[in-house]
Design a protein around this ligand. Sequence first.
Ligand SMILES: [Zn+2]
Length: 278
Amino acid sequence: MSTCERGVVTPRRVPFGISVLGGPTTVIDIGGSRLVCDPTFDPPSDYGYLQKLTGPAADEAAVGAVDIALVSHDVHPDNLDNAGRAFALSAPVVLTTATAAARLGGPAVALDPWTTWSAPAGELRITAVPARHGPADGERNDEGFVNCEVTGFVIEADDGPTVYVSGDNASLQLVREIRECVGPIDVAVLFAGSASVPTKFEGRPLSLTPERAAAAAEVLGAPHVVVAHQDGWRHFATGAADTRAAFHAAGIADRLCPAPLGHWCVPDQGDRLSPPPG
Ligand SMILES: [Zn+2]
């Protein structure tokens, strides 16, 4: 395995680590900051067209205060539920799309694709990268987006790894463009799960399938892959076992983070991404 597990998430920060808490919700400790991406902390709930089946593996208290919330999109409860919205808005900074920032208000900062937000001391840089939330020929909404506006993120820290967070993206073409523009990605956080809703685009996937997640990992050349957005909701057609099978079929299963939900995933000792001891 290229990654190893270092216990459960607590408010105590680690030098570098990523943990999936359930659904898309991911905690990232990097460059001295704690980030949460697409916070969802509601218990199992029925949102009408979407049903949440399980609560988070770690709650708000376990995560503690974060410095930055990343919101790939705000209009789908599987990516931002009620408790997650409150949690995000309690962060000093929320980075998201222009349309979401206008709706969220407060600490939300609009990041258009290929614009970069830098921490005050410059130690952390977060760039919005494109995402497409459905098939290439999917009907576009009034704002011109398939399904809705979504952003991915590339996170860079001084002396740290480069992390790509896909958000709800179904496009390998965009993954290719991101790899070309950003350069090597050390850790890819891919939102998979083959999300599917019968009323949208004939039920075709709104996020990466297992096979397309494996292809995205290959396109990115990412040595470490953390897969999120594949559990806890009824509309996720595929789960972790399907992802493992697809990565195995592609011969890259050793890139997958093996940590259970709510546990840290960090690169192995000896790897160039290894955090300092302690
Ligand atoms: Zn969505």
